[in-house]
Design a protein around this ligand. Structure first.
Ligand SMILES: *[C@@H]1O[C@H](CO)[C@@H](O)[C@H](O)[C@H]1NC(C)=O
Ligand SMILES: *[C@@H]1O[C@H](CO)[C@@H](O)[C@H](O)[C@H]1NC(C)=O
Ligand SMILES: *[C@@H]1O[C@H](CO)[C@@H](O)[C@H](O)[C@H]1NC(C)=O
Ligand SMILES: *[C@@H]1O[C@H](CO)[C@@H](O)[C@H](O)[C@H]1NC(C)=O
Ligand SMILES: *[C@@H]1O[C@H](CO)[C@@H](O)[C@H](O)[C@H]1NC(C)=O
Ligand SMILES: *[C@@H]1O[C@H](CO)[C@@H](O)[C@H](O)[C@H]1NC(C)=O
Length: 394
């Protein structure tokens, strides 16, 4: 025990750049009517990566992307249009304007996640050269499954799950390389049925936390009743050490995290059918057996699908970013916390302002680009180090 502690203290000392701190400063908070300022739309107009059946929603689709009366962000699949055969259905895909490096914590607080037959919702990160450059799947749920699935996807090098890692989730596949396991990545299933589907909402939702350092990528799902009071949307710092054993852990002991992950872009999307939710063998695990020669697409996506997609939406309190590493690309100024000064960019999409979407479709804006965040990162790193030193002494 002692030697383990001194080893980790040594690791912290060696990483005096501020990356190993358990305390991370808040650098961006995306919530409420300004949520959409931090995101852009994909270049492609339809799902051209998973053989899915969606057109990606645009800034014009204010009935699919908006902030509701409760101040929560809604990203939903179109459930009012009768889609003709050979057409696709509008659904959301948003990419973060910023990219992130190791030394970062992503927090998504949600009260509803998209589910239903043919629905494939995901909150994930990707490198610029996807599928190369690494991918972290934080929330991924299909059809009427009951549990969230987490995974890493890597290309080349070595990345597997260390069987000695402590985690609450169930390991399903250990090799993270895209070429293994039919490209499923190294999947870990949450064993908590509150982590997805109807039960997620009934339990009040919860938070998904991802801590990415060069030492490990850890993902926690914490159901609402277990969210510690200290983890509020407005907290200036986030201390991952209060979270306990992660739901999934990918340790650098068996994964070359440093070299296999480029700066990552956060991605929120809902696909329909395609290479995962639409595979008959997977679809039929939790949805009715497809009739005759019907497919996922002809059964669910076309015609009036209002009932199928009544639950195909994200409802979010916030997505917060905490980082000690501001060297990765930053196209938008950081937001220094809820209730404090925020950016003045007008959202391209919101229920009240049916804007043009110009702010949301390119990464430039008029606000100043200098922040003291780099310095803060080092300061917080030092404070974390001092805190750790103190806790070891005590
Ligand atoms: C999808 O479309 C975008 C925009 O046209 C393009 O840059 C990208 O290469 C396409 N991806 C695939 C896998 O075809
Ligand atoms: C979404 O926007 C497109 C134009 O970009 C429009 O053709 C389509 O009807 C819209 N759908 C909904 C549900 O708003
Ligand atoms: C910060 O992120 C960049 C981009 O991913 C990475 O190259 C760099 O090594 C990271 N810095 C530290 C101290 O981890
Ligand atoms: C469409 O979806 C919304 C939730 O996004 C739901 O409230 C509504 O009832 C659905 N419409 C129908 C006709 O099922
Ligand atoms: C951003 O988008 C707006 C509207 O499409 C356009 O007028 C403006 O030139 C764009 N800015 C850049 C830098 O691309
Ligand atoms: C940002 O800071 C640099 C270095 O202090 C300075 O040269 C530059 O003019 C600043 N840019 C803005 C937009 O304030």
């Amino acid at each position: 025990m002692i030697s383990k502690l001194s080893t980790s203290l040594l690791a912290v000392v060696l990483a005096l750049g501020g990356v190993q701190a358990a305390q991370y400063p808040l650098t961006e908070s995306h919530h409420g009517t300004t949520f959409f300022d931090g995101w852009r739309f994909p270049a492609e107009t339809y799902d051209n990566t998973t053989n899915g059946d969606t057109f990606w929603a645009t800034a014009q689709n204010t009935s699919l992307l908006y902030t509701n009366d409760a101040g929560r962000v809604i990203l939903k699949v179109d459930n009012t249009t009768s889609v003709p055969y050979n057409e696709k259905r509008y659904a959301p895909k948003l990419l973060s304007k910023n990219t992130y490096g190791p030394g970062t914590v992503f927090v998504m607080d949600a009260v509803h996640l998209p589910y239903g037959c043919s629905v494939w919702g995901a909150f994930w990160t990707q490198g610029a050269n996807w599928p190369a450059g690494g991918e972290i799947d934080i929330f991924e749920g299909i059809n009427q499954r009951k549990e969230n699935m987490m995974a890493l996807h890597t290309s080349g090098g070595t990345c597997t799950i260390d069987q000695n890692s402590q985690m609450v989730g169930r390991i399903d596949a250990t090799d993270c390389d895209q070429s293994a396991n039919s490209g499923s990545g190294c999947t870990v299933y949450d064993q908590n049925e509150n982590s997805y589907g109807e039960a997620f909402s009934q339990a009040g939702g919860g938070i998904f936390v991802t801590e990415w350092t060069n030492d490990a990528i850890k993902i926690w799902f914490i159901s609402r009743s277990n969210v510690p009071d200290s983890l509020s949307a407005t907290a200036d710092t986030f201390d991952t050490s209060v979270l306990g054993t992660p739901t999934a852990e990918y340790s650098s002991s068996t994964c070359d995290i440093t070299n296999l992950f480029e700066p990552q872009t956060l991605t929120l999307n809902i696909a329909l059918c395609g290479d995962f939710a639409g595979l008959p063998a997977l679809l039929e695990q939790t949805c009715p057996v497809l009739e005759g020669d019907k497919t996922c697409y002809t059964t669910y996506v076309i015609d009036d699908a209002s009932a199928t997609y009544a639950n195909a939406y994200f409802e979010l309190n916030y997505i917060n970013i905490y980082t000690t590493n501001q060297t990765a690309g930053n196209d938008v100024p950081t937001v220094s916390g809820i209730g404090k000064s925020t950016t003045t960019i007008t959202a391209g999409v919101s229920k009240t302002a049916s804007g043009t979407g110009s702010a949301a479709t390119n990464g430039t804006n008029a606000a100043g680009s200098n922040s003291s965040a780099g310095r803060n990162g080092v300061e917080w790193g030092l404070m974390g180090l001092i805190g750790l030193g103190l806790s070891l002494i005590i």
